[in-house]
Design a protein around this ligand. Structure first.
Ligand code: SAM
Ligand code: CA
Length: 247
């Protein structure tokens, strides 16, 4: 636990200890949440997809089970029907979304990598949810630009989950703010970026953590200053900032 008097050495140690799955003060507390509230209620398809993903070499990228449960609940609370996801990987958050939407709900899902999506796809198909998903392989930005140019997608999304290239989040935000409905929600994922947003300048961060940290810091500042949205930053997973469009 952090104390004001802790040494720099301890601080460095603590940053290394913070796993990407949880920013809680102890692993035991996180395990408690998973075992008490998440795993016992996790749909069979999500469990299966989580287990398939666990065997994949890039499994560090997956949405955690508690965040999946959170997204599923949030989507139901806001009665989301038309949604978008940027950054699919094997599809854990996509499945959490698909399960929450009504049968005629839609998800525009984008990722530069189709192969990973196809690992999870058979499980999504088996759960009878594939008809809700429009998967587009390729970078998301040009698709968003096309949608903006087209005009007919303005203000049409109930929920947008952004979980891809952190150096583009602000570019996404510039476009998504037009595509989400007034009253709709954009969720930016990993906004606490491994806890690195508060790491001292000389902290021994992994290369990719250090590289993206400045983009995440810039995003967090920009969201906090954006009068078109209300925001709420939650320490779920690696941090998720919910932005509700107000104008
Ligand atoms: N939401 C996913 C889940 O629940 O497992 C995790 C997504 S993973 C953290 C980030 C994904 O973003 C990767 O699959 C990567 O291929 C994708 N990505 C990276 N750059 C992208 C871009 N420019 N456009 C779309 N997807 C991109
Ligand atoms: Ca993420």
């Amino acid at each position: 636990m952090a104390t004001n008097g802790e040494s720099g050495q301890n601080q460095i140690h603590r940053h290394q200890e913070v796993g990407h799955k949880s920013l809680l003060q102890s692993d035991a507390l996180y395990q408690y949440i998973l075992e008490t509230s998440v795993y016992p209620r996790e749909p069979e398809s999500m469990k299966e997809l989580r287990e398939v993903t666990a065997k994949h070499p890039w499994n560090i990228m997956t949405t955690s089970a508690d965040e999946g449960q959170f997204l599923n609940m949030l989507l139901k609370l806001i009665n989301a029907k038309n949604t978008m996801e940027i950054g699919v990987y094997t599809g854990y958050s996509l499945l959490a979304t698909a399960l929450a939407l009504p049968d005629d709900g839609k998800i525009l899902a984008m990722d530069i990598n189709r192969e990973n999506y196809e690992l999870g796809l058979p499980i999504i198909e088996k759960a009878g949810l594939a008809h809700k998903i429009d998967f587009r392989e390729g970078p998301a930005l040009p698709v968003l630009d096309q949608m903006i140019e087209d005009g007919k997608f303005h203000g049409t999304y109930d929920f947008i989950f952004v979980d891809a290239d952190k150096d583009n989040y602000l570019n996404y935000h510039k476009r998504l703010i037009d595509l989400v409905k007034v009253g709709g929600v954009i969720g930016y994922d990993n906004t606490l970026w491994n806890g690195s947003v508060v790491a001292p300048p000389d902290a021994p961060l992994r290369k990719y953590v250090r590289y993206y940290r400045d983009f995440v810091l810039e995003l967090n500042k920009a969201l906090a200053a954006d009068p078109r949205i209300e925001i709420c930053m939650l320490p779920v997973g690696d941090g998720i900032t919910l932005c509700r469009r107000v104008s």
